[in-house]
Design a protein around this ligand. Structure first.
Ligand code: GLY
Length: 378
């Protein structure tokens, strides 16, 4: 078992990475003390696989449990489903001493987290992530959200969980695409924050592709440690440090909105986004910006190679094969999408860009012509 503490004063909690994590849920909930009821929230993909073992672990501690199953998929992260959960919480008599358990991927984690943040002005909850993407990113750090029809994650709250329980063996039932999407975020951590971790991934691609449980424990715990370091210094993303977790995300989000959320999986968008961000840094280096003097063609090739060896796309021309349809992702269209993104600050194009492997920084107000040049390099 590995434990990664998230040090946030009175909001501190542990991330436990353990092959028996699911059977420890009940003990973890009980350890909070004064628990009136437990609501287990999961989706219809995860329910047949893991709800029983999770429920069993909760009821065997003498806790009163209700399970709520929502449909899987991005469309569930909506105000309608948040309202349905608030109503169900009321019906099953969830109160301020109750605890929610989010058992599922990013959609369940974000939705259940948001409902826990808002119901009765906030109740305690655990994250029990069952996708790689949720295990290395979305379940950690207290961001909760639902989508607006035209803007992903636009409505939400920072609400730290009481704990995160991660069982790497649940990844054995994950589809190949969902698994690779998680690897997109994994490579992001190495490329932007930790050169040694990047090298570890380069040296262990076979084991990672084979979902080797020991390699996965190392991978998940290192990602959680890197995220924990950042979250404890910039919990609410005010200093710009937490924004470093968004390497590849400015381009990635534009691609996701162009193609459709859920159609292009987030991690695939991140992989393409990191590849484009590297090319943007290269363009700036070519124009004499010495902040990017280490970014050359062999640097880009090294990053591309790691993504590709993990089955992830690095070129816009790979997109039709990834999403199964032709899509117009012309540079001009993508720039337009980035400029009109609801989350763009003051209409500026901001990017996390690499200085070298494992070292990145936030660059604000990049010019449209530089971005277009980078997109034309693809
Ligand atoms: N996924 C980025 C963050 O948690 O800040």
């Amino acid at each position: 078992m590995k434990i990664v503490p998230i040090d946030l004063g009175e909001r501190s909690y542990d991330i436990e990475i353990d092959q028996n994590a699911l059977s420890r849920i009940g003990a973890a909930v009980e350890s909070l003390g004064s628990v009136s009821r437990v609501a287990l929230i999961t989706d219809d993909n995860v329910e047949p696989l893991y709800a029983e073992v999770a429920s069993q672990a909760i009821v065997e501690r003498g806790l009163d449990l209700d399970a709520i199953v929502v449909p899987s998929g991005e469309q569930t992260k909506s105000l309608d489903y948040a309202e349905a959960l608030w109503e169900q919480f009321l019906e099953i008599k969830i109160d301020r001493r109750s605890v929610a358990v989010a058992l599922g991927g990013g959609v369940v984690g974000d939705l259940a987290g948001f409902v826990s943040a808002t119901y009765a002005r906030g109740i305690r909850y655990f994250q029990v992530p069952t996708t790689l993407l949720a295990q290395v990113d979305s379940s950690v750090g207290g961001k909760t959200a639902i989508n607006l029809p035209s803007a992903k994650n636009m409505v939400g709250a920072f609400h730290q969980p009481s704990g995160v329980l991660i069982d790497p063996t649940v990844l054995n039932t994950l589809s190949d695409d969902q698994y690779r999407a998680g690897l997109g975020e994994v490579v992001k951590y190495g490329a932007s924050l930790d050169e040694n971790f990047f090298a570890y991934l380069e040296q262990n691609t076979e084991k990672v592709n084979a979902r080797d449980p020991i390699a996965l424990e190392t991978v998940i715990s290192r990602c959680c440690e890197l995220k924990a370091e950042i979250v404890k210094k910039d919990e609410r993303e005010t200093s710009g440090l937490r924004a470093l977790l968004n390497y590849g995300h400015t381009f990635g989000h534009a691609l996701e909105s162009r193609i459709g959320h859920g159609k292009l999986l987030h991690g695939f968008g991140v992989a393409l986004g990191c590849s484009l961000a590297a090319r943007l840094a290269f363009c700036l280096a070519q124009k004499g910006d010495d902040r990017f003097s280490d970014i050359n063609e062999s640097w880009i090739a090294r990053q591309d190679k790691l993504f590709e060896s993990l089955g992830l796309p690095t070129r816009l021309r790979d997109l039709p094969a990834v999403v199964g349809v032709e899509v117009d992702c012309s540079p001009e269209k993508l720039v337009e999408l980035m400029s009109t993104d609801k989350k763009t600050e003051f209409g500026q194009l901001n990017f996390v860009l690499p200085r070298k492997i494992g070292d990145s920084f936030l660059v604000r107000n990049v010019s449209v012509s530089d971005v277009l040049d980078a997109l034309h390099l693809q």
